[in-house]
Design a protein around this ligand. Sequence first.
Ligand SMILES: [Zn+2]
Length: 109
Amino acid sequence: MRSILGQHWVPSLKKHEPYTEPKWHGDEVRRLAGHRPACPDCGSDQDFGPRHHSRPDGSERHYRACKACGFWHEADGSPAYRVWLALTIARSLSARPNWWPRARHAGSV
Ligand SMILES: [Zn+2]
């Protein structure tokens, strides 16, 4: 586990101001006007910008994301996070089928 989650290849996020709905709408207006903002975390402008997704309940989820570094920031004031880290953890757990069930059931038998 230590080598998978080692600090040497899990870059920590920089400090980011809370991202909010008004900021998202401002970013979306600029995106529609043709602006290509740079990611506030890695500086790449390859595939960064405001994004939206329809939820099953009909509402819309607003966030900004960078597909170069995995920087993800919901427009609800919550802290930014790195997406591929979660994917890496899930993959590491499924790669250890014996380890996870034993730990989970320890003491319950
Ligand atoms: Zn980035």
